[in-house]
Design a protein around this ligand. Structure first.
Ligand code: FMN
Length: 184
């Protein structure tokens, strides 16, 4: 499991010149991702069979990559076991995985990950911040809300926005402003 912990790790998954927040579930020594087949991440993984998990603590990156694309210079090519992979240039740590597709349906697919390499670049200690955590929650709800416009999801987003305003720092507030623009 290395740098990841038991449970669901919300990372920024990078594939070829693409980044998106994704969950990696670690349980009983197995690591898996469940992907909606419509995403670029799922399409790239299906084609190239690798993914990099980037650990970052910038809330703006979570919101940006959930709703849009990063420029090419945000990615750093790395060679892992003879294969070129792309990690985020500003990752605090990154883990490269080989991917085996376990199940592929019309709407979703499940993949199993095997760790190939991991590197910690910055080991800065980060105290728990509810504002950051609520940006993650609000962004998950917002990705669904942007498709369904379900008012119940909007209530959840507004609840988390309240926590971000109370507990977040400047980056969380900037991430929230961006998030609200994406779902306008
Ligand atoms: C914290 C977080 C976790 C997410 N986890 C997943 C996931 O595990 N699987 C998935 O398919 N989408 C997940 N999403 C939604 C994708 O990030 C979103 O659909 C994104 O637009 C996909 O981008 P892509 O098309 O560049 O891959 C998550 C979103 C957030 C904010």
């Amino acid at each position: 499991m290395g740098l990841l912990s038991e449970g669901i790790n919300e990372v920024i998954a990078t594939t070829r010149f693409n980044a998106a927040p994704m969950g990696i579930t670690c349980r009983d020594d197995s690591m898996k991702m469940a992907l909606f087949t419509g995403s670029h991440t799922a399409q790239n993984i299906g084609r190239e069979r690798w993914v990099v998990a980037n650990i970052v603590h910038d809330p703006v990156i979570y919101v940006t990559t959930a709703f849009s694309d990063l420029p090419h210079d945000a990615f750093l090519p790395v060679t892992v076991n003879g294969r070129e992979m792309h990690r985020l240039a500003q990752a605090d740590a990154w883990l490269a995985f080989d991917v085996v597709i376990e199940h592929r349906g019309t709407e979703s697919m499940t993949v199993r990950l095997s760790s190939l390499h991991e590197e910690t670049i910055s080991s800065t200690v980060r105290p728990v911040n509810r504002g950051f955590n609520s940006i993650i929650d609000a962004t998950i709800h917002a990705t669904r809300y942007s498709i369904s416009r379900d008012p119940e999801l909007k209530k959840l987003i507004d609840y988390h926005a309240g926590i971000v305003r109370r507990c977040g720092g400047k980056r969380e507030l900037a991430a929230l402003e961006l998030l609200m623009k994406y779902i306008e």
